[in-house]
Write a protein that binds this ligand. Structure first.
Ligand code: TYM
Length: 337
């Protein structure tokens, strides 16, 4: 069993990242069977696919490393690193570019969303981004990839690339790549914006009120929850009563994820209440879960040299693990080394 996942060091870590992905990373790390491994990385190579500020990327990389450790990723048990220190990711991407098809990449919804109307002006990196993502997991023979719902399509593409490569260049009894399984949480796969229940909570939303950042103070969290868009109806007794009420559903989903319940269970407890009563309880729950993370995050950021060392050590381990698969891929393609 090999668990691999990544996150971009652009902007602040938010509640969607935490409930959709990172909390699962920590749980998988904590329940890891003997002989299995977790690799978690900062996708700094992906971060240049959109216009970016180098100083912000540099600072954001160490901050994200601190945030992940604060959330419970333990560098002694999990291999924590940034892609840029493991050049094998980029090497394998190039090899996989020969297998990925233009048509496959053209169908990626993230490319369509992020390039918008200006497709001619989008970077080539934004187009080939999913091939690098495939390389990220195939390089380590990942078996499980814990992600939020929005990354499902990229993971399916990684499987397609692996399968075609194996078909074209390997034998059935000795495939080069393992087909990875996405692990998507049942409850919090898609946390939505607090301002618009139909848009996902995202680092790139210009309104900070749209998201809960992992470093928000208790006051900020309470204020954001209070200002979260809702409707005047009270909470129904059953999920069917949430139809057409995406903002209400989102707040209930967040509550359910934080308390490890289903939305049905949360509704059973709060049926008939208005948001005036529900929101302060949700705010307090959030503060309870996030406050200890914020404290650890601030402490860790005091020693940036130690954080850089964590990434360097993790990268050294990742480079070793990456070597055999990369050599097999070169060899399968007929390249002389
Ligand atoms: P990124 O940095 O956008 O997000 C990191 C993780 O957080 C999840 N996530 C969410 N989950 C629920 N609700 C939300 N609103 C929400 N927003 C984000 C994402 O699904 C993701 O799991 N391309 C990836 C990074 C990446 C990667 C990889 C992931 C690069 N290579 C290889 C897995 C395997 C990305 O930009 O995630």
């Amino acid at each position: 069993m090999r668990i691999v996942s990544g996150i971009q060091p652009t902007g602040q870590l938010h509640l969607g990242n935490y409930l959709g992905a990172i909390r699962n990373w920590v749980r998988m790390q904590d329940e890891l069977p003997d002989g299995a491994e977790c690799l978690f990385f900062l996708a700094d190579m992906h971060a240049i696919s959109m216009p970016h500020d180098p100083a912000a990327l540099r600072a954001g990389t160490l901050e994200l490393a601190a945030a992940l450790v604060a959330c419970g990723i333990d560098p002694a048990r999990s291999i924590l690193f940034n892609q840029a220190q493991v050049p094998q990711h980029a090497e394998l991407q190039w090899l996989l570019n020969g297998t990925a098809r233009m048509g496959w990449l053209s169908r990626m919804t993230q490319f369509k969303d992020k390039s918008g109307k200006n497709r001619e002006g989008a970077s080539v990196a934004l187009f080939t981004y999913p091939v690098l993502q495939a390389a990220d997991v195939l390089l380590y023979q990942a078996t499980h990839v814990p992600v939020g719902e929005d990354q499902k399509q990229h993971l399916e593409l990684a499987r397609d690339i692996a399968q075609k490569f194996n078909n074209d260049f390997a034998t059935e009894d000795q495939p080069v790549f393992t087909l990875p399984d996405p692990i998507i949480p049942p409850a919090a796969a898609r946390i939505m914006s607090l301002r618009d229940g139909t848009a996902k909570m995202s680092k790139s939303d210009p309104s900070d009120l749209s998201r809960i950042n992992l470093t928000d103070s208790a006051d900020e969290i309470m204020k954001k929850v209070k200002k979260a868009k809702t409707d005047p109806e009270p909470l129904p007794g059953e999920p069917a009563g949430l139809a057409g009420r995406p903002e209400a559903l989102n707040l209930l989903t967040i509550h359910a994820a934080l308390t490890d319940q289903t939305v049905d269970q949360v509704l059973a407890e709060h049926a008939g209440q208005g948001f005036g009563a529900f929101k302060p309880k949700l705010g307090e729950l959030l503060v309870e879960v996030l406050a200890p993370i914020t404290v650890r995050f601030t402490q860790l950021l005091d020693d940036r040299t130690a954080l850089a060392q964590v990434l360097a050590d993790g990268a050294a381990r990742a480079r070793e693990l990456a070597k055999p698969t990369l050599e097999q891929a070169y060899s399968a393609l007929g390249m002389v080394r």
